[in-house]
Design a protein around this ligand. Structure first.
Ligand SMILES: Nc1nc2c(ncn2[C@@H]2O[C@H](COP(=O)(O)OP(=O)(O)OP(=O)(O)O)[C@@H](O)[C@H]2O)c(=O)[nH]1
Ligand SMILES: [Mg+2]
Length: 358
């Protein structure tokens, strides 16, 4: 991969390079964006594979403006019957493991196989450090240039209802726009991995050999979620170490109980930078799809995920409504002071606050 002389992705007043590459001139795009959004037209354009309409609709989903809420809902609902046709792949790993570099290589490989690829990223650190998003854009420069690719970084962290839920709805829109493979990149911190695992079909964990990262392999949590683990940066002097690590991980995984999916998680090595091992990872995804389609797990998992998101959305909304209410805010302050003064218990205070009408 050659380093671009200048960033290939530049923001032109909120219009991404992908949109620019894929469609008309900038004045045309700006004119298009100024028109009032209309659900019917937007959905028709999305179904017509119009990337600008897709971007606009995702922006509506991500909006904190209550006025956009009903419109966004209508769009998602109308797209739903056209969704569900893609393979959804979650990619996680510690910062710097090579997720973006991998997605660039993997995405370009898929495009060479005539697939349309959408990449959504969930990055909770991006609000604190804008550098991460910029890094992603330059790291996926080749992919971003492809007319069959769509790359969308996550919204800022403080959206109503949580970043993950917005991503779940964005997946539906991307599928309606005819993308065959949806890739979700998430930084391996906090609750992100579980959230992403709950919205994808195939979960890929990238790891590194010979760093503190391999110590984490002892912790079962994320490893148990993975359908495949790829030891990245298996190039140059790290190659041998990566293979040793792959073998020890494969041994460890073989001791885990069999998964409901009937799929045995695979371990492999790759070099995202040198484009090595990429094809075999796509083959794993295809094998996984074949196995789980045959035993109906693929379909059942999506159903279970939708039920999960129903409950999760209710919980998130109830919480957001509760804590953003002015009356509750004031009463909560008072209860916190009473707790400091040891005049009430957390449970009594919670009971009182939950009994309030708001
Ligand atoms: N040698 C080598 N370097 C790699 C490979 N993949 C990625 N890198 C380098 O590792 C660094 C981090 O890569 P990224 O793709 O940005 O990693 P990331 O996991 O997306 O990082 P965050 O988005 O910050 O979490 C970059 O300097 C890459 O060039 C690889 O296969 N081999
Ligand atoms: Mg990245």
């Amino acid at each position: 991969m050659t380093t671009p002389k200048k960033p290939l992705i530049t923001q032109t007043k909120g219009i991404s390079q992908t949109e620019i590459t894929n469609t008309a001139s900038i004045p045309e795009l700006k004119a298009k964006r100024k028109q009032q959004p209309d659900a019917h037209n937007l959905v028709a354009s999305i179904l017509n594979k119009d990337i600008t309409a897709l971007s606009r609709a995702i922006t509506l989903i991500e909006s904190n403006n209550q006025k956009h809420y009903a419109l966004a809902n209508t769009i998602v609902k109308q797209c739903l019957s056209h969704a569900n046709k893609s393979v959804r792949i979650g990619i996680t790993g510690i910062p710097g493991v090579g997720k973006s570099t991998f997605i660039e290589a993997f995405g370009c490989h898929l495009i060479s196989k005539n697939k349309r690829v959408a990449v959504l990223t969930i990055d909770p650190t991006s609000t604190l450090n804008k550098g991460s998003i910029l890094g992603d854009k330059t790291r996926m420069a080749e992919l971003a240039k492809q007319k069959n690719a769509f790359i969308r970084p996550s919204p800022s962290g403080n959206t109503l209802g949580g970043v993950a839920q917005k991503t779940k709805e964005s997946i539906i829109l991307c599928e309606a726009a005819g993308f065959d493979v949806i890739i979700i990149e998430t930084v391996g911190v906090g609750q992100n991995e579980t959230a992403v695992h709950n919205m994808v079909d195939f979960f890929l964990l990238l790891k590194l050999a010979g760093t503190g990262d391999d110590l984490q392999s002892i912790k079962r949590g994320v490893i148990e979620l993975a359908d495949a683990i790829a030891i990245n940066k298996a190039d140059g002097e790290h190659n041998k170490q990566a293979t040793l690590y792959k073998n020890s991980l494969a041994k460890a995984l073989s001791l885990y109980p069999e998964k409901l999916s009937g799929w045995k998680p695979k371990v492999t090595t790759c070099s995202a930078l040198n484009n090595e091992g990429i094809e075999s990872i796509w083959n794993m995804v295809e094998d996984y799809k074949n196995v789980t389609t045959a035993n109906n797990y693929f379909h059942l998992k999506r159903q279970e995920q939708n039920k999960f998101w129903l409950i999760d959305t209710i919980e998130t909304r109830l919480k957001a409504n509760f804590f953003s209410n002015q009356h509750i805010k004031k009463e909560l302050e008072k209860q916190l002071k009473l707790i400091e003064a040891n005049k009430t218990t957390p449970f009594a205070a919670a009971n009182y606050l939950l009994s309030l009408k708001y």
